[in-house]
Design a protein around this ligand. Structure first.
Ligand code: ZN
Length: 131
């Protein structure tokens, strides 16, 4: 499995061309990408959906290093509010609505659709995202 470096995540040709400093602040740097691309075998091993956007390189699972998952869920939601994406999933929520990690799917596995869905996965099922 391949992990993205922080540098790769913040790289931007536009930033370079325009001399924009895209270095994240401490708050942003605290958000670590724990899982990006998954081949079919790894996807099966982690119990991922067979149609997972991870298999197409379109999704990341995120966890903040400070462990504050409730705040992070809110942050992701607010951050994506004005952006194109396919699915934001608050994964394996407990009964307090706190996820184990956040899944951000940039595109549907079909490579086209960006459905802007906000979901909570609770007990293996998907629901509209809880607060
Ligand atoms: Zn995921």
């Amino acid at each position: 499995m391949r992990y993205f470096t922080l540098q790769e995540c913040i790289n931007s040709d536009t930033a370079k061309a325009r001399g924009i400093d895209n270095t994240p602040g401490a708050e942003h740097e605290a958000h670590i990408i724990s899982s990006g691309y998954r081949g079919p075998e790894l996807n099966k091993a982690v119990g991922g959906s067979s149609t997972s956007a991870h298999c197409h390189g379109y999704a990341f699972d995120l966890v903040p290093t400070n462990g504050k998952m409730r705040e992070f869920k809110r942050f992701c939601r607010a951050f994506l509010a004005d952006k194109a994406f396919d699915q934001l999933i608050s994964e394996k929520e407990n009964d307090q609505g706190v996820p184990n990690w956040m899944h951000v799917g940039y595109k549907h596995p079909d490579g086209v659709r960006q459905r802007r869905q906000y979901l909570s996965m609770i007990g293996g099922k998907y629901y509209p995202m809880t607060n």
